[in-house]
Design a protein. Structure first.
Length: 205
């Protein structure tokens, strides 16, 4: 019996397997971590590109806040002299989500935010999904801010050319290494901005 025990103690044939079993979980976590970092950078890059293409689409097609393209500051409640610049007291900024445009400060805001163009918002989101397919409409915001560009009663287009910002928010990233725990990481917000161009039409290159 003593010889058997002694021989078992001296036997090292399975030591490599035992050492491998101890190291394997750490190795897998390390490899999955490398893959997840690559996936995170790829998702990050696609989100940035989606905002860039989204805002490019938004400035050259119909605004989500329809009044931006149709409202004349030279008539109605505003009555700004034709050819005059439009200050922030008439319009500051507004944010449009998947359901509506929030009221903004300024005497012309009620006229600018309505009616809400759901088709224009959907078109922007669909354009962005070409680069980020997992993007949801609730993750997108379109903001219009007074840039100081534009003149009251412009006969050739919209009276104002606001700064248009398209933002992605509350996007979740699910690392492979954390799938067993059903965990995810909330990505930071991504945004891109351009000045409104013609604000007409439904197609963009």
């Amino acid at each position: 019996m003593k010889k058997l025990i002694a021989s078992l103690i001296r036997d090292s044939r399975a030591s490599s397997a035992a050492e491998f079993a101890l190291v394997l979980p750490l190795l897998l976590i390390f490899l999955l971590g490398i893959i997840d970092v690559g996936r995170l950078m790829w998702t990050w890059n696609r989100a940035e590109k989606a905002t860039q293409m989204g805002v490019r689409y938004a400035v050259s097609t119909d605004p989500v806040a329809t009044g931006i393209a149709t409202y004349s500051f030279a008539t109605g409640a505003s009555s700004i002299a034709q050819g005059s610049s439009i200050g922030t007291s008439y319009f500051s900024s507004m944010t449009c989500s998947s359901t509506s445009c929030d009221p903004c400060s300024g005497s012309a805001c009620n006229s600018l935010t309505t009616p809400y163009n759901s088709t224009a918002f959907t078109n922007i989101v669909n354009r962005m999904r070409a680069f980020l397919p997992e993007l949801g409409a609730t993750n997108v915001e379109v903001q219009y801010s007074n840039s100081g560009i534009g003149y009251s009663g412009d006969p050739n287009g919209p009276d104002i050319a606001p700064l248009v910002t398209v933002k992605i928010k509350n996007m979740a990233f699910r690392p492979i290494a954390l799938m067993l725990f059903n965990a995810s990481i909330t990505l930071p917000s991504f945004s891109a901005a351009l000045t409104l161009e013609d604000g007409q039409g439904t197609a963009s290159n």
